[in-house]
Write a new protein. Structure first.
Length: 460
């Protein structure tokens, strides 16, 4: 039997791979106890509130222990894997308790997920459906270890915390079930959702007190979970972060939304012309490109729209740069990567940046940094056949432009009713720093450019 010293083991902690993230879910382990690892080798894939990333190990050695199974949400700073940096005994041999070493830093690489093709709003729905990668079964737990975790069934000795995943623990808490009284049926003694529900069903009805000292609190009705009739999906990762951000935005910033319907026939013709232009050879040219450029021109003419509200200092912060966000729908939820310094880009450069943003989103490689620092956003709900919407502001921004479906409609053109390409634009803005006049000017400028795209030249 080999005993390791504290100095021979390194505990790799869950890093903050974004900006101020507090937790991440372990999606997949790429190594197992006993495997040899090298500095920079990816050992696992995690999902944060912003993206899925792969974590490289920062040293050489032999994997001693994986502290958490796949599917577990772990706080940032918590050790997730132990590595013997001396390359000592095989994983099956006993080892002495390990003290947590000093925190190690690692740089997260962006991940490319098989079968996941996020839809960039404005570029159409992904051609293939997506399905989450199946989880692997947790690594076997030694029999003696399981005995300690579960405690002595005869009541001797101290019983450790029952094994259960966070969603199951929450369900037990909501139903008032003590997990220590539940008989597990899952692998390695893990308590499942069905075990908790079975405990509720078999529990005897509580006896009413003879003389209650005070009125009993009203209990919420217990809703029985039926796996054949409903599905419960844990809210975590990107969806959890998006939900929190949208609630915070909706109930913090006073939203105002204005609408305009515009004839974009000339814009659609320009799109076709640019596709044949040598300067745009190999680049993606579509209506979203010209809409983005029109918004950038409108911001240049009305710079006060590109600002944020600093509640702590009670200041309006006007931005002299534009990081243009493009809303993207992905299997994990809504993300808004942005094009840095979009205001400085020519039309071909903007087309190139949009193309890179699309490719990165489709491959699931959008990094947390790409979603930070946005100043204003475009969301194209028209790709789903929707006429328009009332979008909620991206937190920290003052405005968001929604683009509706472009449809052939009867329109009065030069005194006659003719079929024209028409769309509806909606601009939501924070009324604390954008008044009706400013919001109307920006929306009117965007509409005017799309109706007469030659203004891109005269106004830019």
């Amino acid at each position: 039997m080999t005993t390791m010293t504290d100095a021979s083991v390194r505990e790799f902690k869950m890093p903050d791979v974004g900006e101020g993230l507090t937790e991440a879910e372990i999606l997949k382990w790429y190594v197992q106890p006993g495997d040899t690892v090298t500095d920079g080798q990816v050992v696992c894939e995690v999902e944060t509130a912003k993206a899925a990333v792969e974590l490289p190990i920062p040293y050489d050695g032999v994997v001693r222990e994986l502290h958490f199974p796949e599917g577990t949400t772990v706080d940032v700073g918590t050790p997730i894997i132990a590595v013997d940096v001396t390359g000592g005994a095989p994983a099956g041999e006993a080892q002495a308790p390990v003290e947590t070493a000093a925190p190690e830093k690692s740089e997260a690489k962006e991940t490319q997920k098989e079968g996941r093709k996020p839809v960039l709003v404005g570029y159409g729905v992904a051609e293939t459906s997506t399905r989450r990668r199946p989880r692997k079964a947790p690594a076997p737990v030694a029999e003696e270890t399981l005995s300690v975790l579960q405690g002595d069934l005869n009541g001797h000795g101290k019983q450790a915390r029952p094994l259960a995943k966070p969603p199951v623990r929450k369900l037990a808490k909501d139903l008032g079930v003590d997990l220590a009284t539940v008989r597990p049926s899952g692998p390695d003694g893990i308590i499942t959702r069905e075990d908790v529900q079975a405990a509720v069903a078999s529990a005897p009805a509580p006896e009413a007190p003879a003389v209650p000292a005070a009125p009993a609190p009203v209990q919420a009705p217990v809703v029985t979970y039926d796996s054949g009739r409903e599905t419960r999906i844990p809210v975590k990762g990107v969806r959890k972060a998006t939900a929190q951000a949208m609630v915070g935005s909706a109930f913090t910033a006073p939203h105002v939304t204005e609408f305009v319907t515009v004839d974009v026939t000339r814009t659609m013709k320009l799109v076709e012309e640019l596709k044949q232009d040598r300067d745009f050879e190999g680049l993606r040219v579509n209506p979203l490109l010209l809409i983005a450029k029109a918004l950038l021109v409108a911001i240049k003419r009305n710079p006060d729209i590109n600002a944020s509200w600093d509640e702590a200092n009670q200041e309006i912060v006007r931005k002299h740069y534009v990081n243009l966000g493009i809303a993207a729908a992905t299997p994990r939820g809504l993300i808004v990567p942005n094009i840095k310094d979009a205001h400085d880009k020519t039309l071909p450069q903007l087309a190139e940046a949009l193309g890179e943003l699309v490719a990165t989103a489709r491959e699931g490689r959008t990094s947390p940094a790409a979603m930070q620092g946005g100043t204003i956003t475009i969301t194209n709900v028209g790709v789903f056949g929707v006429d328009t919407g009332t979008p909620i502001l991206n937190p920290g921004e003052s405005a968001i432009l929604a683009v509706g479906a472009i449809k052939l409609q009867p329109w009065v053109h030069k005194g006659k009713v003719k079929p024209r390409q028409v769309t509806t634009l909606a601009l939501s803005f924070d009324h604390r720093l954008v008044d009706g006049e400013l919001g109307s000017k920006v929306l009117a400028d965007v509409a005017a450019i799309l109706e007469q795209p030659k203004r891109l030249i005269t106004w830019a």
